[in-house]
Design a protein. Structure first.
Length: 309
């Protein structure tokens, strides 16, 4: 394969905006099977990102064990500058607290956060529940069932935190994904869910509150948990890029600049708008601090909910 180690002169000729990284090929690992939400965003991100870097990149799906197999491959590639991971929230900020893994939240070089979508507390529109206050009141006599896309997922954590920090009486019923959970909600096997705007709109549900610091554009009448008098609960389905530990500061900066340019590009903005993926860029230092904060918060939620020792 012809090397992609371009000289500065060659880069100028092709109009590249960043120095090429010293790689023949860049592996971008997505720790889920092809076709899922994370994979879809990653495949829209990849061609713009690689163009910014001036290299050829390949998305490689390494699925398994709630996204931890592919994530572990990135962590175990210490010092390798030619592999990065396009990571979901759970693999970095939840799973290390649930099981023994060959990595932790400090096992990576953080590059950037790309998108983030807050979760809503929602019920079916056929439900007579129209507010969080009513939900809590009715649960005192007849506790509700809430569904999730699986044990230890963000929807599960959001609801677990809500039951711990409020008077809501509800028990967890896990499913193998949001789709099966929605079928259960439609059949009244469960009565409550926490999930993203995509689920909210696709299944025509009623939002009661949002797990975010601020109200969400397009939903001006949906209060935050803090506005309801509860502890601040910021649960969002976010994604980002990490690299193995041990890569150079120069390489980290190249990746960060390319990521920023990618999420700010008209092409990615257009995709994100259609996919209802909210762009939420954070640079290396900010992303690292964010993940570590979420890891600590999620670990406490897991413990409070009795999901860990």
């Amino acid at each position: 394969m012809t090397s992609l180690r371009y000289s500065l002169a060659a880069l100028a000729l092709i109009g590249a905006t960043h120095s090429a990284v010293a790689a023949d090929n860049l592996d971008i690992i997505v720790p889920f099977a092809a076709g899922g939400a994370t994979d879809i965003v990653a495949r829209s991100f990849e061609p713009i990102f690689s163009q910014q870097l001036g290299v050829t990149s390949v998305v490689r799906n390494v699925a398994g064990a709630s996204a931890t197999v592919g994530t572990a491959e990135v962590a175990n590639s210490e010092g390798n500058p030619n592999i990065i991971g396009y990571e979901p929230a759970g693999a970095l900020s939840i799973q290390p607290s649930l099981k023994k893994l060959p990595y932790g939240s400090d096992s990576f070089t953080y590059i950037c956060r790309t998108v983030s979508n807050p979760m809503f507390l929602m019920v079916s529109k056929s439900s007579d529940i129209e507010s969080f206050k009513q939900l809590v009141e009715e649960s005192q006599e007849y506790p509700f069932l809430y569904g999730s896309s699986g044990p230890g997922t963000l929807p599960h954590l959001a609801m677990a935190a809500l039951t711990v920090n409020s008077d809501l009486k509800a028990e967890h019923v896990p499913y193998s994904g949001s789709g099966p959970a929605m079928n259960a909600l439609a059949g009244n096997e469960i009565q409550i869910m926490a999930d993203t705007e995509t689920i909210l709109e696709n299944y025509d549900l009623r939002p009661l509150a949002v797990f975010a610091e601020n109200r969400v554009e397009g939903y001006p009448d949906v209060p935050t948990m803090q506005e309801l008098g509860l502890a601040e609960m910021d649960f969002a389905v976010w994604q980002g890029v990490v690299a193995p530990k041990g890569i150079s500061e120069e390489r980290t900066q190249q990746y960060a600049e390319a990521c920023k340019a990618t999420v700010e590009s008209d092409k990615f903005k257009s995709f994100a708008d259609k996919a209802k993926a909210d762009i939420a860029y954070l640079g290396p230092d900010e992303f690292k601090a964010f993940v570590q904060k979420r890891f600590a918060a999620n670990k406490q939620v897991l413990k409070d909910a009795g999901l860990t020792p």
